[in-house]
Design a binder for this molecule. Structure first.
Ligand code: ADP
Length: 478
């Protein structure tokens, strides 16, 4: 059964049951109250009549008194235990009742009886007559008025219930359809996406801002995100394959050259091997970076530990200078002379040896520093400086070079994957065959640690890449 029909059916049935229970309760309570009232009234009247009749002197007085106390719609009977001297008076419309056989009851009785299809209240009170004889005062009164009242009540309850049930059934049907509409439209949109393989969004027409509209918006948002990530993935794959094609082509052409002419021209050997090696190294770096970028950022669990920035910078610079034979000077912004020259607005730098301890993932931070130092090495010829300090309460590590710099129009794009300022230029430089992935990877690694990576550059003057580390990093201690 469809969800809309279920909502329709369940809410209608539930409402009908509730209505039935409520009406039955009302009717039963009313019926009981009215009956009790009627019977106690009959009992009171009988007691009153019995009190008077008990003391009645003679037959004449008895008949007169019976006539005086007979109910408007019933009978009043004096029944002697011996059967002698009994008397009965019936109201004008209940003469039929007079023909009923008389019975003497030794105990008091209060009950409802049905005679000729009509309901009566019946009371029998045992009394001792004036002559000492035992007798009954029996009063019977028709309950026709009460029965009629209850019949009308039944009718009213049934018709009101029916009148209420109709709009409830209609409105629950409308409700079922209303709830189902966005769900149906979402299902058909999803089916369309599956069939066509293209991203589609829900048409949000209504003005209402209820949960269903919110669900539609969220669905559209999710589709937007999926589409964006799909497009990015597609671009990434096409860029990656394009970028990998270049070194492969170079390797292939040098290998073919060696195959054809290697034996006759040994001079080609060194050049070819060098080119093949450098391209292979570049491909290796690129695949490593691609693999890292391809893993979900959520899997990059930063292991935040206290890191002494100056000591850390020195350790990294030593490894780097040994590997690349380039001089890297580590400067702590504690040193006012060197710091002033290197840190922007160095006058504001306020640092002490103790507060240069930050929380960071050592491996990630090392990886980012290597990327920045490698860029400084590739795009500058002179010394590289690595500054560790604290500015306006935020710790930082900055890599400074005095190289070619980045044109202002390229600066906003250098964090994009595969973006390189001038491919030809970087290729020409020895060992500068960049991948265009370093800075984007560095930025994502920084984000995983809650840090920020910034680049400042002046064309022809040099570049400063700064890692701003989380202020206290307290949130990473939890
Ligand atoms: P690559 O592997 O090409 O260096 P990156 O993402 O690290 O890739 O850098 C992107 C581009 O930004 C580089 O190709 C280069 O043109 C430019 N760039 C990055 N760092 C520097 C720097 N220190 N000096 C000059 N240009 C730089």
């Amino acid at each position: 059964m469809k969800l809309g029909s279920k909502i329709h059916l369940y809410s209608s049935v539930l409402f009908a049951i509730l209505l039935l229970v409520a009406n039955v309760t009302i009717y039963t309570v009313f019926h009981r109250l009215m009956m009790d009232r009627e019977m106690s009234q009959l009992l009171a009247e009988s007691e009153q009549a019995a009190e008077v009749l008990r003391t009645a002197e003679g037959r004449l007085a008895l008949n007169g008194l019976l006539r005086a106390y007979v109910p408007l719609d019933g009978t009043l009977r004096w029944v002697e235990a011996s059967g002698e001297g009994s008397a009965l008076v019936a109201s004008g419309n209940q003469l039929e009742l007079g023909r009923q056989e008389q019975t003497f009851y030794s105990e008091r009785r209060l009950e409802q009886v049905t005679i000729n299809g009509e309901r009566y209240g019946f009371v029998s009170l045992p009394v001792i007559g004036p002559s000492g004889s035992v007798a009954n005062v029996q009063m019977m009164s028709s309950l026709v008025e009460l029965t009629e009242l209850l019949r009308i009540l039944r009718l009213v309850l049934i018709s009101v219930s029916a009148a209420v049930l109709v709009p409830v059934v209609i409105s629950s049907g409308i409700l079922g359809r209303l709830v189902m509409r966005p769900i149906t439209s979402m299902t058909s949109t999803m089916r369309r996406i599956i069939r066509s393989g293209e991203f589609a969004r829900l048409k949000q027409t209504g003005k209402s801002r209820d949960e269903l509209a919110e669900m539609g918006d969220t669905f559209n948002e999710m589709i937007g995100l999926l589409e964006e990530s799909f497009v990015r993935q597609e671009q990434f794959v096409s860029n990656a394959s394009h970028e990998l094609k270049t070194p492969l082509t170079i390797i292939e052409s040098y290998a073919s050259l060696l195959k054809r002419r290697g034996a006759e021209r040994p001079d080609l050997l060194e050049e070819s091997v060098e080119a093949i090696h450098s391209e292979a190294v570049r491909m290796k770096t690129m695949t490593e970076q691609l693999l890292l970028l391809a893993t979900s950022k959520r899997e990059w669990k930063a292991d935040m530990q206290p890191v002494g920035l100056v000591a850390f910078a020195e350790q990294v610079s030593t490894i780097f200078s040994q590997v690349h034979r380039r001089n890297v000077t580590v400067i702590s912004s504690l040193d006012p002379v060197q710091g002033a020259a290197l840190v922007p607005e160095a006058g504001e730098a306020e640092a002490t040896a103790q507060d240069l301890t930050v929380l960071a993932d050592q491996d990630m931070l090392k990886q980012v520093l290597f990327i920045l130092l490698d860029n400084a090495r590739k795009y500058s010829a002179g010394d590289i400086e690595l500054v560790a300090g604290r500015l306006q309460g935020t710790a930082f590590l900055a890599v400074e070079d005095r190289g070619e710099g980045i044109p202002p129009e390229d600066l906003p794009h250098v964090f994009e994957r595969f973006y390189r300022v001038d491919k030809a230029r970087s290729r020409e430089q020895e060992g500068a065959g960049g991948t265009g992935l370093g800075l984007s990877l560095g930025k994502e690694l920084c984000e995983a640690m809650g840090a920020r990576l910034e680049l400042e550059s002046t064309l022809g003057a040099g570049t400063t890449a700064t890692i701003w580390l989380p202020d206290s990093g307290q949130e990473y201690l939890a």
